[in-house]
Unconditional design. Structure first.
Length: 270
């Protein structure tokens, strides 16, 4: 069983949604990155989404855009991100790590080389925003045999045909973007989320994680009643940006604890 599958199984057995925090690799500083990852696990993270810094993060709102800019200014590149995962694996061989980003850094490294390096580093899944399933053939082929799950996005405007297409190629989990627009854009309508998650589940047994717009524990709990996972990004990235020098790990632990405690027993109460 893969680490991602095991994480979802463990969360389901506890009658709660899995908790997936997103942080931008290298922000607020490269030196604190691995400590931040371990702190997120200590606070209840089931899976960690690690954003690969990119100069034009088109799906991200201003908070995450700025975090990417800060990381790039500190020289963080794709190989550095893989290095953080490798270092993290020195102490944690259980928690899944998913890289989330854009095609350009992957293209520069090359699909085959990336798959080799990512597997060696201990990466469990990859979500590339601008690799839609219709154009992902070479990408999927490169990941074959690597044990790395290709993760894809669905949105409120996704048709049944699009859902079916994603269902055929997605592994690990499907990331449902609960809002139209960029990360951190607005508030979530839980009824709409529930209806869409039900639609997606008619096409696949792959777990469905929900993200974008989950800013507090109360929202996470509502979403966690209907989704297999809750993805929290903008709130954590903003908190890390405001952390005192060398205080990122403690800030990460504190903010994620709010979401972790909110998810306890959520499905039992659904």
């Amino acid at each position: 069983m893969s680490r991602i599958a095991a994480a979802f199984q463990k969360a389901s057995a506890a009658r709660r949604a899995a908790l997936i925090p997103f942080v931008t690799a290298g922000d607020p500083s490269p030196q604190q990155m691995v400590a931040v990852m371990h702190a997120l696990v200590a606070a209840g993270a089931d899976v960690i989404e690690l954003g690969v810094p990119f100069s034009d993060p088109m799906a991200d709102g201003p908070v995450i855009q700025r975090s990417s800019e800060r990381a790039l200014k500190q020289g963080v590149r794709l190989r550095d991100v893989l290095g953080y995962v490798r270092d993290f694996r020195g102490k944690d061989t259980t928690t899944p790590v998913v890289l989330m980003g854009y095609a350009n850094p992957i293209e520069r490294m090359g699909h085959a080389m990336f798959a080799l390096e990512a597997k060696s580093s201990g990466v469990d899944g990859v979500l590339i925003v601008d690799y839609p399933p219709e154009e992902a053939g070479p990408w999927l082929k490169a990941l074959e045999g690597s044990g790395i799950d290709p993760i894809f996005l669905l949105s409120p405007t996704s048709s049944d045909a699009r859902i079916e297409l994603v269902a055929k190629v997605a592994r690990g989990y499907i990331y449902y973007v609960a809002l139209k627009g960029v990360t951190g854009a607005a508030n979530i309508d839980t009824a709409d989320v529930e209806a869409m998650v039900k639609r997606i589940r008619t096409h696949t047994n792959v777990p469905v994680g929900v993200g974008f717009g989950i800013r507090d524990g109360a929202t996470a709990r509502r979403v966690g009643k209907v989704a297999d996972a809750v993805v929290v990004g903008t709130r954590i990235v903003q908190e890390l940006a405001e952390a005192p020098p060398n205080g990122a790990a403690e800030r990460a632990r504190a903010v994620l604890a709010e979401f972790s405690s909110a998810l306890v027993g959520a499905k039992a109460a659904a």
